[in-house]
Design a protein around this ligand. Structure first.
Ligand SMILES: [Zn+2]
Ligand SMILES: [Zn+2]
Length: 68
C-alpha cells in the first residue's frame, strides 16, 4: 500500500501505517501518532484498564479532529 496523501500529490511513497479513521495508507511523513487513554465502561466486577493505546491517523483526519 502507498501513502494516500502522497499519492494525491502524485508521489509514490510506501505506507508505514494505516489511518484508524479513514483507512488510508500513510507514510512516515504524514502519519500522526497520539496516545489515547482507553476508558472502559465501569462494569461492576470488571478490572478497569487505565493505559494508553496507540492511535495512528493520517494528517487529514488529525486536522479534522483538531478543528472540532
Ligand atoms: Zn505521505
Ligand atoms: Zn484518515
Amino acid at each position: 500500500m502507498n501513502c494516500f496523501d502522497c499519492d494525491r500529490r502524485e508521489l509514490t511513497v510506501a505506507a508505514v501505517a494505516v489511518c484508524s479513521v479513514c483507512g488510508a495508507g500513510v507514510c512516515a511523513t504524514h502519519v500522526r501518532t497520539e496516545a489515547e487513554q482507553v476508558r472502559e465502561p465501569a462494569n461492576p466486577g470488571e478490572v478497569m484498564h487505565d493505559r494508553s493505546a496507540r492511535r495512528l491517523t493520517c494528517s487529514t483526519c488529525r486536522a479534522a479532529e483538531e478543528a472540532v
